[in-house]
Design a protein around this ligand. Structure first.
Ligand SMILES: *Cc1c(COP(=O)(O)O)cnc(C)c1O
Length: 457
């Protein structure tokens, strides 16, 4: 036993050494990574990841917000295997196939009303790039070529490709690339914890809407659309919006006839309690990007959904060259589509949405004791996602210094205690699979509480 334990440890160390020689990880300072004992994950099941040494970890961030139905979900696994025996891939340029057609039908049946066309791609960033290109080209082809700008919220995140970064508002992710980015109009966001104008979320949101109204009043003739994550901004720090906020944005968009471009990449597929976050306000976007939870977190697949009005703006004679000039090698990959179809089926069969409220409450109760902690500034939650903002000084709301890596130290502690988390600077993100059991969510809450106390007390 002892020796097999030892050999698994040395096997693990050997993989780490090989990783350090050849790999470059996302959002990672490798000088620090090389000193880290990162787990080598060998397998997974349900809410759990298991490393080569046999250590079990609760997947507390759904593997970066996508594993919504748990790892190796049996129905999705079966669907992928079944699809593999029929068709691995066929180009979507000039060809079509049943999984892509059926998935588009099912998605539109679930999506907010008014969306009637599905354009596939591979990830959230590309789904957003495509939405931006559709908006710009639509206006160009319908007599308003001067509508070339977007209004986006500060702290918004839409991906890491250049267009998605251009409408992004998380400055540390953008600073190195500014020369590449196109200009975007910025509206303030509902970050009431650090709002210069208001102390409550509702007041802060009202100011944001006033400012957005002013921006549109001045710039609407040159604006193609307003871009936002509905319900909660993810990578900006789990910044929640009050009910009615997205509706107010929609009303302003309608007033000025600019497109409402919703990024549901993180919020879609049940994360905030409804199938799509914009359902809370009964909003009908013109363009909507989805990805992460689309395949239940199994495969890279994304889609941009558009209204018939936008689609019609691309019709014309061949000589008019009005087609959407965009496509990826793996557009509409059949295996990804089969996985997504199985994920949608699992949503219904397993009554995932109906079972959420009890889990949402368990998460809220699990984190509530932290409210009084001297270094917990604010806990923000919407549905089965939460962000805990830790601060150096609770009274002045002063943040820790970046170099202290406070959030990172908390998640390393959580790892020792059996949960995988990933912070956004000093916001500890908690986002278990929607299929996690109440017992698993309670355990996760306990690990988060204990880790924050162990590091910050
Ligand atoms: C993750 C994310 C993206 C980018 O998706 P990728 O698949 O990582 O390219 C875009 N928008 C939001 C809101 C996200 O959370």
């Amino acid at each position: 036993m002892r020796s097999s334990n030892r050999s698994r440890k040395s096997e693990s160390a050997a993989w780490r050494a090989r990783d350090r020689k050849v790999l470059w990880h996302p959002f990672t300072q490798h000088a620090a990574w090389d000193a880290e004992e990162f787990p080598i994950i060998e397998r997974a099941e349900g809410s759990w990841l298991v490393d080569l040494e046999g250590r079990r970890f609760l997947d507390g961030v759904s593997s970066m917000w996508c594993t919504s139905l748990g790892h190796r979900h049996p129905g999705i696994t079966r669907a992928i295997v079944r699809q593999l025996k029929k068709l691995d891939h066929a180009t979507f340029l000039g060809l079509s196939h049943p999984p892509a057609i059926e998935l588009a039908e099912r998605l539109l049946a679930r999506a907010p009303r008014g969306l009637s066309r599905v354009f596939y791609s591979d990830n959230g960033s590309t789904a957003m790039e495509i939405a931006l290109k559709m908006a710009i080209q639509y206006w160009r082809q319908t007599g308003r070529p001067e509508r070339t700008k977007f209004v986006a919220l500060t702290e918004g995140y839409h991906g890491d490709t250049v267009g998605a970064m251009s409408v992004g508002g998380v400055d540390p992710f953008l600073d190195a690339y500014r020369p590449l980015l196109f200009p975007t109009l910025r509206a303030p966001t509902t970050y009431s914890y650090r709002c210069p104008k208001a102390s409550t979320l509702e007041e802060c949101a009202a100011h944001c809407i006033e400012d957005l109204a002013a921006i549109l009043a001045k710039h609407a003739p040159e604006v193609a659309g307003v871009v936002m994550e509905p319900g909660v901004q993810g990578a900006g720090g789990m910044i929640v919006q009050p009910p009615g906020f997205v509706k107010s944005v929609e009303e302003l968009c309608r007033k000025h006839d600019v497109f409402l471009v919703l990024d549901e990449v993180m919020t879609g597929f049940g994360r905030t309690g409804t199938m799509f976050a914009c359902e809370r306000d009964g909003v009908r976007p013109d363009l909507m990007a989805i990805s992460k939870g689309l395949t239940g977190g199994f495969l890279p697949l994304a889609a941009t959904l558009a209204t018939e009005r936008i689609f019609q703006g691309f019709l014309g004679e061949i000589r008019d060259r009005r087609a959407l000039y965009h496509g990826h090698t793996y557009t509409g990959n059949p295996i990804g589509c089969a996985a997504a179809l199985a994920a949608l089926e699992a949503f219904d069969k397993e009554r995932v949405l109906e079972r959420l409220p009890a889990k949402v409450e368990a998460l809220q109760k699990g984190l509530a004791p932290l409210e009084s902690h001297p270094h917990v500034g604010e806990i923000r939650q919407l549905g089965l996602l939460a962000g805990i903002e830790v601060v150096k000084d609770k009274t002045t709301r002063e943040s820790y210094r970046y170099e202290e890596r406070t959030g990172h130290r908390v998640i390393l502690e959580a790892r020792r205690r059996g949960a995988i988390l990933r912070p956004l600077a000093d916001v500890i993100v908690v986002m278990p699979p929607l299929t996690a059991t109440i017992a698993e969510i309670k355990k996760l809450g306990r690990i988060v509480r204990d880790s924050i106390r162990a590091v910050l007390d």
